[in-house]
Design a protein around this ligand. Structure first.
Ligand code: ATP
Ligand code: MG
Length: 556
């Protein structure tokens, strides 16, 4: 499983249904859609749905629409519309034709509501929110009919027209489907299908002051777009009755190949919040720097952190598509990116906790260039030049004045190999008033350049370094998971489960070539982890590197 393979896709129950529908002739083509509500950035759960919907369309030579489900104007924003398009394309998918909006169909949806009223299947109800709740009943008790349920179609047409003309206040009345107040499915107890909202809409402006509800809109939008298989998550299982009921009662949608809804389980990831509402709270309360904070489980966050689209697609492939609710381990996602980067990421050296090394027997003012492989096992990636000189930085953790044999790094009086360069020996060190080492004085052996660690010398340790006069200062953002609790969604408040160490900022140095590091493209900083230049804050004068993923699964 070590390389990303997008050709072979495992089958799943949805593919089996599609295969049957094509074999029986019920459908001659596959047409799916991805229907995000533009009320936040897409997260890794959406990636599952995107890979499923667009992936199926690709594999069956069908089509997949991108449709914004935009029926809640107060919560939606055009910026989200743009970020969502961006993220879908970044994941490697292209929608069929133009972008669709449910709001494209507001005129038709209004007409279909009128059709239901005319057929005596919808009515304008004046119960207030509290009364509506009371009349709805409970899971154990049936509801009661609204006193407005038996008004005539003529009266209801007139009232609905008044709703549309802005003659009722928000919450004063709503249009409800007339279905069954005793249904075991709560969603069938005369659900609201239109409500009054004096809200400006990012697509339709101020044209409407009534907006259709999701359950009424979604099925009709699917049917208008000739969607063959409408794939959604399990929480809509009950609502499938309503999906079918609406279409069953509209004359335009009586074709036997009409759209059908199929449900699969949502992605739940350990240590991760997955609801846009909760993610929005993190942004609103400045717990993170924005929707694209590298700790967010958003597509934009993963991208900023250096995850690749291929690794996210691979993850979605590995988790599969079922009807079983489950919780996926973060390690599974990390493994996908780690495997890819181990194979493909260029290597580089960065010192995150720098301490100065002076090589006393190296000529003053001399800087030489040594060649280092870009990848240890892929020679085709070529070599990179590294400067070496009298003053270097190494990581403070790689030096001890005294240590036992297990410490295979630099110890006073002993030797260590500098990766891609010479063997050095630590002679003595300077310390500040607090006892912290400030400078390590070493000697080097000029016979040891370029020899591999099995050159006969008894030097076990290899450490990384950068040359002090050419290295570039850099900020390192070290990330840990945002939450300490495997199921943060269950916590009373996020404050209880936030990991105070989710971000640590360090200042150190990187080898000179990294001034040209492309943003979002991860390197393996040898012995440190995978890092990429930050796509917002990194500049040539102020390099900022984000930890993509540690070298090993440190939580296992
Ligand atoms: P959220 O609760 O995060 O706001 P949502 O379902 O309300 O999610 P939508 O924008 O309505 O978000 O979702 C668009 C599509 O993505 C829907 O078909 C939805 O079922 C799917 N989706 C959302 N979250 C997940 C998830 N965790 N796993 C799989 N699919 C998801
Ligand atoms: Mg939603």
């Amino acid at each position: 499983m070590s390389h990303v393979d997008t050709e072979v896709r495992p089958s799943n129950f949805i593919r089996s249904i599609i295969d049957e529908d094509l074999a029986s002739g019920k459908h001659s083509a596959v047409h799916t859609r991805f229907p995000p509500e533009p009320n936040g950035f897409l997260h890794i759960g959406h990636a599952k749905s995107i890979c499923l919907n667009f992936g199926i369309a690709q594999d069956y030579q069908g089509q997949c629409n991108l449709r914004f489900d935009d029926t809640n104007p107060e919560k939606e924003d055009i910026d989200y519309v743009h970020s969502i398009q961006n993220d879908v394309q970044w994941l490697g998918f292209q929608w069929s034709g133009d972008i669709r909006y449910s709001s494209n169909y507001f005129d038709q949806l209004h007409q279909y509501a009128v059709e239901l009223i005319t057929k005596g299947l919808a009515y304008v109800c004046f119960l207030n929110a509290e009364q509506t709740r009371e009349y709805r009943g409970t899971l154990k008790e049936p509801g009661k009919n609204s006193p407005y349920r038996d008004t005539t179609p003529e009266e209801n047409l007139a009232l609905f027209e008044k709703m549309r003309n802005g003659e009722f206040k928000e919450g004063e009345c709503a249009l409800r489907a007339k279905i069954d107040m005793a249904s075991p499915f709560m969603c069938m107890r005369d659900p609201i299908i239109y409500r009054v909202r004096f809200a400006h809409h990012h697509q339709t402006g101020d044209k409407w002051c009534i907006y259709p509800m999701y359950d009424f809109t979604h099925c009709i939008s699917d049917a208008i777009e000739n969607i063959s298989h409408s794939l959604c998550t399990l929480e809509f299982q009950d609502n499938r009755r309503l999906y079918d009921w609406v279409l069953d009662h509209l004359d335009d949608f009586q074709s036997p190949s009409r759209t059908r809804q199929y449900e699969f389980s949502r992605l739940n990831l350990e240590y991760t919040l997955m609801s846009k509402r909760k993610l929005n709270d993190l942004v609103a309360h400045n717990i993170v720097s924005g929707w694209d904070d590298a700790r967010m489980p958003t597509i934009a966050g993963f991208r900023r952190r250096g995850y690749t689209a291929a690794s996210i697609r691979e993850f979605c492939k590995r988790i599969g598509v079922t009807k079983q609710e489950n919780m996926i381990e973060v390690a599974m996602l990390d493994a996908c990116i780690r495997e890819e980067l181990n194979e493909h990421a260029p290597r580089a050296m960065a010192v995150i906790n720098p301490v100065k090394v002076v090589i006393e027997n190296y000529p003053e003012n001399q800087v030489e260039t040594v060649q280092a492989p870009i990848h240890p096992s892929n020679e085709d990636m070529g070599k990179r030049p590294l400067s070496f000189g009298r003053e270097l930085y190494i990581d403070a953790d790689d030096f001890r004045e005294e240590a036992n044999k297990k410490f295979k790094r630099l110890v006073q009086g002993k030797e260590v190999r500098l990766r891609n360069a010479y063997v050095i020996k630590a002679e003595r060190c300077d310390k500040d008033a607090d006892g912290n080492v400030t400078t390590i004085y070493c000697t080097y052996d000029d016979e040891t350049l370029g020899k591999n660690p099995s050159d006969g010398r008894k030097v076990k340790g290899v450490i990384h370094w950068v040359e002090a006069t050419t290295a570039k200062p850099a900020e390192f953002r070290l990330y840990e998971r945002l939450f300490n609790d495997a199921n943060p969604a269950a916590a009373e408040s996020v404050d209880e489960v936030l990991n105070p160490q989710s971000l640590t900022v360090k200042h150190g140095f990187v080898e000179a070539g990294l001034v040209n590091a492309e943003v979002e493209k991860a390197y393996q900083f040898e012995r440190e982890g995978y890092f990429c230049a930050d796509n917002k804050d990194s500049t040539k004068d102020h390099l900022v590197f984000n930890l993509t993923v540690p070298l090993r699964d440190t939580f296992a």
